[in-house]
Design a protein around this ligand. Structure first.
Ligand code: LIP
Length: 257
């Protein structure tokens, strides 16, 4: 199944690649939340191909009405994660596809077609970038750790969320090496998986932002939890906290302090 998914996702990547430097027809789903004709085109293409080949799975996708779709056995699709980057030609944007069996991650694929970087993982089989095995960094000193985060769209309209973002940055920044905000949750998780970042946290993400990246990170030896250090639950938890495992406890402590 994974190889066929990759073939289809690479095909969809051509649509993203062509759209990257073209006119995009940008619309607003909410104040900061963008959608382009390419998000819709990629999603339609992936749904059409997956529906033909993987009939046992429900399809959950960012630009679709998912209200009546069961999560149990599903393929969760983000056609373009990092849409703001895509619109502004920041080459940090990706297609994200996570396959779930009985609500558990089974396959994760994240493809950045601009840089031609394909991250993939299957449960208990390791994580790979363009076919090469990847592993998390072994850094265990929080002061030397590079931490990524993101700013939720709700920070444009919800004062409590904005305050929380700022409060957490005030706690984390003095204690770590530095903070990055590159604008794609799917890729942020992959960057922890490949050892570029030691940790990552963000609030208010949607299942499609992280469904693939969290398995890729776990298969690379990393850890993904809620803010309360319980197993991270798609569709339920407000915060995702991810790391190489070595700094996880300290990252949680700093965020909670
Ligand atoms: C985006 C994320 C980004 C996050 C945004 C948003 P989209 O996904 O990946 O990192 O900060 O809140 O969820 O909307 O580009 O697919």
């Amino acid at each position: 199944m994974k190889d066929r998914l990759i073939e289809i996702i690479k095909e969809a990547g051509k649509i993203v690649y062509e759209g990257y430097s073209s006119q995009k027809d940008v619309n607003f789903k909410a104040k900061k939340d963008l959608v382009t004709k390419y998000d819709v085109a990629v999603e339609n293409f992936l749904k059409q191909e997956f529906a033909k080949e993987f009939k046992a799975f429900n399809l959950i996708a960012e630009e679709s009405d998912n209200s009546k779709v069961e999560f149990n056995n599903s393929i969760i699709i983000d056609p373009i994660d990092g849409t703001t980057n895509f619109v502004n030609q920041v080459p940090h944007t990706a297609i994200s596809v996570g396959v779930y069996k009985n609500k558990k991650p089974y396959i994760g694929i994240v493809y950045n077609p601009i840089l031609d970087e394909l991250y993939e993982a299957k449960l208990n089989k390791g994580a790979f970038l363009n076919g090469e095995k990847i592993e998390v960094s072994k850094e265990n000193d929080f002061q030397k750790s590079l931490i990524a985060t993101g700013f939720p769209y709700t920070s444009g309209t919800n004062q409590d969320d904005l305050d929380d973002v700022i409060k957490k940055i005030k706690r984390v920044l003095p204690k770590c090496q530095d903070i990055r905000r590159l604008g794609s949750a799917a890729l942020d998780l992959c960057y922890v998986a490949r050892g570029t970042y030691e940790g990552y946290y963000e609030m208010n993400l949607k299942a499609w932002d992280v469904s693939a990246g969290l398995l890729i990170l776990q298969e690379a030896g990393g850890k993904v939890t809620s803010l309360q250090n319980s197993e991270y639950k798609l569709f339920e938890d407000k915060y995702i906290v991810a790391s190489n495992g070595y700094i996880h406890k300290e990252l949680l402590e700093v965020l909670m302090k």
